[in-house]
Design a protein around this ligand. Structure first.
Ligand SMILES: N[C@@H](CCC(=O)N[C@@H](CS)C(=O)NCC(=O)O)C(=O)O
Length: 251
């Protein structure tokens, strides 16, 4: 595919947006980040009618190609589309069985790793929402189940989720699980999951990791205290600065 313009709607605070940013940076594929407020009906919001025309789900990430008018929501569909349209078979294999392994994790992810990590982080950031204990306990139970499946299943048999090298399944998983690590939000201990720990360390070495995670490094430990609005604003600013610097090298 020729280097058409790619617009990525989102913010670096969003986990699924980070997965798409990571793939694009890793592949050194230029794109433009269009800052979009998740859930807002305002002009730059993901629930604005113009945005809903691109992605009826009203969520970020959303990808848009102005030349063709092609718009696409859902992080996993976007990751797969980018790989298919650019021929990045190393991270999304075309061989049916190998691809099916990647797809299996991507399908599993939503109701397990994704739901659980949101259930763990949201109450720490938004204490004002007073998220009930029942929901938080359910999230912990779901996360335990998912980490066990990863540790004693997927990651016990291979270095990465779908084999010996990383794929888009690993990006999708890491942006949720990795955010809980001590060097980021510090809201979960992985002591009981040695294979997950080994995988987390390996993923840290995948090019693009550091730029994509500036937002969390800046946000810091939220295990005791929710971050202030200033901390959130500064984390966002630093993340965008780091992204712009990286994108400037690709232009
Ligand atoms: N299944 C979607 C989930 C995306 C998602 O939940 N995005 C959040 C931000 S992290 C969002 O846009 N929320 C706004 C809303 O739901 O109104 C995907 O994987 O892309």
């Amino acid at each position: 595919m020729s280097q058409t313009t790619l617009k990525l709607y989102g913010v670096p605070f969003s986990q699924p947006v980070r997965a798409v940013m990571w793939l694009l940076l890793n592949k050194q594929r230029p794109f433009e980040m269009i800052l979009t407020n998740p859930g807002s009906k305002g002009e730059n919001g993901s629930r604005h009618p113009d945005f809903l025309a691109m992605n009826p789900a009203g969520t970020i990430p959303t990808l848009f190609e102005p030349e063709s008018g092609f718009a696409l929501g859902e992080a996993h569909a976007i990751l797969a589309y980018l790989c298919n349209s650019h021929g990045w078979e190393d991270v999304y294999p075309s061989e049916p069985k190998a691809r099916a392994k990647v797809d299996a994790y991507l399908n599993y992810h939503h109701r397990n790793v994704r739901d659980a990590s949101i259930g763990l982080v949201a109450p720490k950031i938004r204490k004002d929402l007073d998220i009930p204990d029942l929901i938080q306990n359910n999230a912990r139970a779901t996360l335990r189940g998912a980490l066990k499946a990863l540790d004693s299943g997927w990651l016990a048999n291979s270095a990465f989720i779908a084999g010996d090298s990383w794929t888009i399944a690993d990006l999708a998983a890491y942006v949720e699980i990795g955010q809980l690590r001590p060097q980021f939000t510090n809201v979960y201990s992985f002591d009981d999951y040695p294979n997950v720990q080994r995988w987390l360390t390996a993923m840290q070495n995948v090019d693009g990791h550091d730029t994509v995670h500036v937002v969390l490094a800046e946000l810091g430990d939220i295990s005791d205290e929710p971050p202030s609005m200033d901390t959130i604003r500064n984390a966002n600013k630093s993340a965008l600065k780091a992204l712009s610097a990286e994108l400037a090298t690709l232009a």
